[in-house]
Design a protein around this ligand. Structure first.
Ligand SMILES: [Zn+2]
Length: 415
């Protein structure tokens, strides 16, 4: 086996040494890249499987290395971090037959395998889905899917602990560098940080446009710095009209046309993409999605809060239903919302009433009292119960876990 591999390596070296790129046309070069990548993947698989054995037998320790990772990093000329990634795969892949076979067949790169393994360890039922994602969407795709799997496993175990840990990690540090620049770093909870980031990116873009009109050009990071500075130095830029009102609130006023940067238009858009069923259920199951694109998974509880806040982040329901069109002030009920309502309230929403025929839509908080036409402010109720709300001053209690609401009778008139 070993001598066979030595022969192969020698052949490979000869081929690579003989490569004369000037004589190779583009389409052949393309095939060469794919071929070498496959060789790389197969070689990485062989290395990983052999490493599993090196570790289980403990032979690495005879070399004087302090750990198997140090030994591997030394032998392969990589970092300890990369060696650790290999070890994670080596230790687990035995118990993951499909990943094992994909690895041996050169269908999985080492980076992809790391993602598959670290997520499958958390949720063994996700292996197939992760492999599929690696095949279909490449490394970026399997990374996203792995983050989802891990978050959903975490979501089920300990959603609150994650939020608590993230909260505890929030920080800002200031320091001064050798150039005398005032510097700082920050760590914010993802849902807070993304709002700041999107805001700065948006403003930076406008600084860029203003600079372009004047024929100057700095780096994107320069403009981000301008945007950050402008947040706290309103006199540095010209304000036209209202101030920043808060994330997610769109201002439709037109953008200034002069060369100065007008900060009137603030349109920070952050979306939460969530599947519909977990949103109703209240927690994620494996394979379900609740995330801010570009940031990663968030808990269902947070997504629900954003939905209730209405104005904060935009919550998009995956699979075609877009809450932006669904959550608004007004009486008309869009078709998507109607579908969602029918799905959620198959029977009259009042506890103890199982009527399914002739259900009517009821605004919990009346439209006249600024009640939203949204999934969370609407319930389907039978004609009889709707009549009690409309004409007999009955009100609706909060829904129980099964989605049924208590009927609250009117207060007796003041004597
Ligand atoms: Zn009823």
């Amino acid at each position: 086996m070993l001598s066979e591999l030595h022969c192969l390596t020698a052949t490979l070296k000869t081929s690579v040494t003989a490569l004369d790129m000037d004589c190779i046309d583009g389409s052949v070069a393309k095939k060469l890249v794919a071929t070498f990548a496959e060789i790389e993947r197969v070689a990485a698989a062989g290395k990983t499987l052999a490493m599993a054995r090196v570790e289980s037998t403990g032979v690495w320790s005879t070399s004087g290395a302090t750990s198997s990772a140090v030994w591997l990093a030394d032998v392969t000329g990589t970092s300890i971090g990369a060696a650790n990634d290999t070890l994670v795969i080596a230790r687990s892949v035995e118990s993951m037959p499909e990943t094992n076979s994909a690895l041996r067949n050169g269908r999985l790169s080492a980076a992809q395998a790391t993602e598959v393994v670290r997520a499958t360890v958390k949720d063994p039922t996700a292996e197939q889905r992760l492999l599929e994602s690696a095949r279909r969407d490449g490394l970026a795709g399997v990374k996203r899917e792995a983050a989802r799997v891990i978050a959903s496993a975490r979501d089920q175990q300990d959603q609150a602990a994650v939020a608590k840990r993230q909260r505890a990690l929030r920080s800002v540090y200031f320091f001064r560098d050798d150039n005398g620049m005032e510097c700082g770093t920050y760590r914010l909870e993802p849902t807070v940080g993304i709002v700041l980031r999107r805001r700065l990116e948006k403003d930076a873009n406008r600084f860029f446009n203003a600079a372009r009109r004047q024929g100057t050009r700095d780096t994107p990071n320069n403009y981000l710095a301008d945007a950050l500075a402008a947040l706290f130095q309103p006199e540095a830029t010209e304000f036209k009209g209202r101030d920043f009102k808060g994330p997610g609130i769109e201002d439709t006023q037109a953008e200034g046309t002069g060369s100065e940067v007008s900060r009137t238009v603030v349109n920070v858009e952050v979306n939460v993409v969530v599947d519909y069923e977990p949103l109703l259920r209240g927690h994620l199951l494996p394979g379900e999605k609740c995330e801010i694109p570009g940031v990663g998974p968030i808990s269902i509880e947070r997504a629900r809060n954003y939905l209730l806040d209405g104005a904060f982040l935009k919550v998009l329901i995956a699979k075609g239903v877009d809450i932006r069109t669904v959550c608004h002030y007004g009486r008309t009920i869009p078709a998507e919302l109607n579908t969602a309502l029918r799905y959620r309230d198959p029977t009259c929403a009042i506890a103890g009433c199982e009527r399914t025929k002739g259900l009517e839509r009821h605004h919990v908080q009346a439209v006249a009292e600024d009640g939203q036409t949204s999934l969370f402010n609407l319930r389907r109720v039978c004609e009889h119960h709707h009549d009690l709300f409309s004409h007999h001053r009955y009100t609706l209690g909060l829904p129980d876990p099964a989605g049924k609401c208590r009927l609250i009778p009117p207060k007796p008139p003041d004597p």
